[in-house]
Design a protein around this ligand. Structure first.
Ligand SMILES: C[S@@+](CC[C@H](N)C(=O)[O-])C[C@H]1O[C@@H](n2cnc3c(N)ncnc32)[C@H](O)[C@@H]1O
Length: 252
């Protein structure tokens, strides 16, 4: 794929992997904004086939009109082999672009090193010369700031856990840490709420969906969220995260 690109360009291509933050266009770093304005091509992920890339909509204002946009559908629900085939294909395509001398961008929501498809590509690109990873503001940093929830202080500990983890792992995190970030809540909501109730943590938890986007919502009472959804039949956004801080009621 893409072998015909700029055959005359010297081979000084580079891959810039950039975290674009949680959603608001002004929560990307100055470094990422500078790089975005000078790319030959940008790879943007979508979770659903044919859907607009949220990551692309965040950074569209910083892109040069001359930059080619490649949208890739990273399969969310397929089996492992199908996912691996897409990761192989995208990694190969990125490698070929960089080798042909292009400045290539790859964007991820939040930070690229945290629960990101990028990490599967990194494993496939470990011999690539010319790689720069630009950090981004994670969703949970943005949620902590928006809700004025401290994450850890002095000798406290913080755990970041996916709600897809086995119940024993989640319970261990709840028992062992002062502050716990629960990511990938969506279809796990009822199970997580019940777990927090069993551990008397509902009064210390808040959930935020679509943080920093115009559709942002925050629930400081997870039971209130349950009854709201029963009434409206509305699904929880994929972009939903729970913060728990045991050291005091959440203040706002
Ligand atoms: C594949 S992970 C991506 C994490 C991302 N790399 C980061 O640094 O935050 C997707 C999960 O991140 C969380 N997330 C991402 N963006 C969010 C947002 N704007 N508001 C709330 N949660 C968000 C949700 O828990 C979601 O299920």
């Amino acid at each position: 794929m893409d072998r015909k690109l700029n055959p005359e360009k010297p081979s000084t291509g580079k891959l810039y992997v950039m975290g674009v933050g949680p959603g608001a266009g002004d929560l990307i770093t100055v470094r990422a904004a500078r790089i975005l304005s000078g790319l030959d091509v940008i790879y943007t992920p979508t979770g659903k086939k044919g859907a607009q890339s949220l990551a692309h909509s965040i950074i569209a204002e910083y892109l040069s009109p001359a930059t080619e946009v490649c949208t890739y559908h990273f399969l969310m629900k397929a089996d492992r082999a199908a996912k691996e085939a897409v990761w192989d294909e995208v990694a190969q395509s990125l490698k070929e672009r960089v080798t042909s001398g292009q400045k290539v961008g790859f964007i991820t929501l939040g930070d690229p090193m945290l629960f990101s498809t990028w990490v599967f590509l990194l494993k496939r690109l470990n011999n690539l010369r010319g790689l720069e990873i630009v950090p981004g503001i994670t969703s949970f940093s943005a949620i902590a700031a928006a809700s004025a929830t401290p994450l850890a202080m002095e000798n406290q500990t913080l755990a970041v856990v996916s709600c897809m983890a086995p119940e024993t792992v989640l319970e261990q995190a709840l028992l062992s840490h002062d502050c716990i970030v629960l990511m990938k809540v969506y279809s796990n909501f009822a199970r997580i709420r019940d777990l927090l109730r069993r551990h008397n943590l509902l009064g210390h938890a808040l959930m935020m969906a679509d943080a920093t986007l115009p559709t942002e919502q925050c629930w400081r009472d997870l039971d209130a969220y349950s009854s709201e959804t029963k009434d409206s039949g509305q699904d929880l956004s994929y972009f939903s995260t729970i913060l728990i801080n045991k050291n005091g009621q959440l203040s706002r």
